[in-house]
Design a protein around this ligand. Sequence first.
Ligand code: NAG
Length: 329
Amino acid sequence: MNSERKNFAFAFCSAFLVLLVNGFSGNLPIISFDEGYSHLFGDGNLMVLKDGKSAHITLDDRTGSGFVSHDLYLHGYFSASIKLPADYTAGVVVAFYMSNGDMYEKNHDEIDFEFLGNIRGKDWRIQTNIYGNGSTSIGREERYGLWFDPSDDFHQYSILWTENVIVFYVDNVPIREIKRTEAMGGDFPSKPMSLYATIWDGSDWATNGGKYRVSYKYAPYIAEFSDFILHGCAVDPIEQSKCDEAPKFATISTGITRQQRTKMASFRNKHMQYSYCYDRSRYPVPPSECVVDAKEAERLRGFDPVTFGGVRRRHGKRHHRVRAEASSM
Ligand SMILES: *[C@@H]1O[C@H](CO)[C@@H](O)[C@H](O)[C@H]1NC(C)=O
């Protein structure tokens, strides 16, 4: 690496550090679709709007669709405003996530926001999850309701990923924090990932464990994306070295202020409906990082895991990848 590039990387990561300390997306640059993303699959079902700053992805009876970032990132803050399709959306899945599954088939990393459609009159639910180094045998899913109807308007969904912590935000309210623990080992995402946004048919699992399937009578299903923020260390996929000079994020606070932490606790107490930590049928012994709270266990017992799609999610995502390959042939 030449020194000019090193200096650039250092300056960049210093700026990033300040962001983390302040813990907010505040004045980060919003980029156009073309600056950050390109078409992934679904032919004409991806539409970039005239202003270049928004994109629609559509699911109809032919195909879903999706887009992917040009760059791979090692750590950063990634965000989009999303408006989900309204009305009957059972079986529809919209995903905004990071992955390197295309580069590391056996030991990929992933950080997921997934939106699970619902029958008429019932709101979308959000699921978050991570995988590290191919830890697909341990899903770390959580699911939540929201304090608003996400099909009414745009709301901001963001992922903060550093060496030692991952935070999911909705409208700048942290809803989940995952700290790297020693015991998690490689299960904490650690390799550069791309950003993806997709919409696809998750009939087999997304709504009440597959009970309610996608109805194409109500298609097309259109998810709207805007306010793209891709603020991270972009890594050269060949050299993979651009971020070597980054300061150790380990020494920084997570960026969650005390006030935000209170909001997070309140959100989770009100809106969390499922956590893998409390799913005794999947994990008779909860994974090591789980801190199990008796009151929370009692509250979550009211929600049946099957109602929320169980663990069949992997199938769905593979399905969209297969479609992606098919459409590029
Ligand atoms: C990730 O997986 C690879 C291959 O399975 C293994 O060699 C490596 O040690 C793992 N890395 C971590 C950090 O666990």
